[in-house]
Ligand binder design. Structure first.
Ligand code: SF4
Ligand code: SF4
Length: 395
């Protein structure tokens, strides 16, 4: 027997002796589960709700391969401020969350889902970010960035994150085919509301107004409590079809369980693609154009061909950008990114305008007011003009 074997044998003998001793001495009965929990109390370890626990099990399928991190425009633009989806996945699934240290990066995720189509494990990265934010709201609300706290306050007080009253009440029409749901951003702008109403009238699309409140889409991305049920108002409005102009509203209302199978929700791009005849006159705009796919339209609702069909019917030449359709990056406005870090939001928007320039587009078209506003505010003289899809139709 060599020295190593002798050492191992003596450790084994020592432990065996200890075991016999412990078995021989009677011990006080304790609530072992309580004792186990007590170890963690000083660390303030967060308890999960059953739903949160189920979600975490799903997130654990992430293998931390890092593929997603090479498909995140926000990460690529943020110069290290946003640690990216792989880091987010590790925080959400591998250990107890460290809210205070996770928050600065977490709230820079645009919840856009650009990183998801290439994930080999189909990990719902955007949902992970929402999950973490919702836990922060529940467990450590003081960690929420100030603009998100203000949005939460506005939502509770005014029913929308902007804290403003709607610009005007839409007319009610008993013969309407659609309930028109404008969304919080657009219904605050009277001129744009009137433009939309005029356009719909010209196309003989009969709409009625509804006493709108937030659809719940944006609050969900910020991890905030959903606003009071919008579904009852929509159901009470009458029509079995809802026409939305905001992709986020489209996605949120389609996913709303109280509306499922009761109303059909369509985005304006879908209706235009169906109803405007080929050869309809377009406004005289600089061409060719590029189309920026809003995240919630392309990935959220799968509406990728519809806006392109509108352009085709109008005879407008389209140049595709390098990343488009379900691979399109966020414009920079997603999920409070531009609220939390306006400079980064604008930088992301500038990178999208650069994509349009690289595609030789003279006008950048989109179908989301949030994208239009941020891309429009970030553009410089050398960049293409930014327009909404419906605004290309001639008066
Ligand atoms: S989320 Fe998907 S792509 Fe990203 S690290 Fe995890 S498994 Fe890889
Ligand atoms: S959801 Fe968007 S911003 Fe968030 S990690 Fe994925 S690509 Fe990046």
């Amino acid at each position: 027997m060599d020295l190593k074997q002798l050492k191992a044998l003596s450790v084994l003998g020592w432990n065996f002796g200890l075991h016999l001793l412990r078995a021989a001495v009677p011990r006080r009965q304790e609530d072992q589960a309580e004792k186990f929990r007590s170890y963690f109390r000083p660390d303030r370890i967060t308890s999960f709700t059953p739903e949160e626990h189920r979600a975490i099990l799903e997130f654990e399928s992430c293998t931390l391969c890092g593929i997603c991190s090479s498909h995140c425009r926000v990460m690529a633009t943020s110069a290290g401020k946003f640690l990216g989806p792989e880091h987010l996945a590790a925080s959400a699934s591998r250990s107890q969350p460290e809210f205070a240290s996770d928050a600065p990066s977490l709230y820079l995720c645009a919840v856009c889902g650009q990183c998801e189509p290439d994930c080999p494990e189909q990990v719902p990265v955007a949902r992970m970010a929402m999950h973490m934010r919702s836990m922060i709201r529940r467990v450590a609300p003081a960690v929420m960035p100030q603009p998100i706290q203000a949005a939460a306050h506005n939502l509770a007080q005014h029913g929308n994150i902007y804290g403003q009253a709607p610009a005007l009440a839409l007319p009610r029409r008993p013969d309407a085919e659609f309930t028109l749901f404008l969304g919080c951003r657009e219904r605050m702008a009277p001129e744009r509301v009137q433009q939309r109403l005029k356009l719909l009238e010209r196309l003989a699309i009969r709409v009625t107004g509804v006493d709108e409140s937030c659809c719940g889409g944006v609050p969900e991305t910020l991890g905030l409590d959903p606003p009071p049920a919008v579904s009852e108002k929509i159901l009470a409005a009458g029509p079995k079809k809802v026409l939305t102009v905001c992709p986020h509203c489209t996605e949120a209302l389609r996913r709303n369980p109280a509306l499922k199978d009761k109303v059909e929700v369509s985005h304006l791009a879908e209706i235009l693609a169906e109803r405007i005849p080929s050869g309809t006159k377009a406004r005289d705009i600089p061409t060719p154009v590029a189309f920026h796919d809003p995240c919630h339209l392309a990935r959220g609702c799968g509406l990728i061909q519809e806006p392109r069909e509108v352009l085709r019917r109008l005879g407008v030449e389209l140049k595709e950008m390098a990343e488009s359709g379900d691979r399109a990056p966020c414009c920079g406005a997603g999920a409070g990114l531009a609220l939390k870090d306006p400079a980064l939001g604008k930088e992301v928007a500038r990178s999208r305008l650069a994509d349009a320039r690289a595609a030789d587009a003279k006008t950048l078209i989109t179908a989301c007011a949030g994208c239009r506003d941020l891309l429009g505010s970030a553009r410089q003289d050398s960049d293409p003009a930014v327009m909404m899809l419906e605004d290309i139709l001639a008066d």
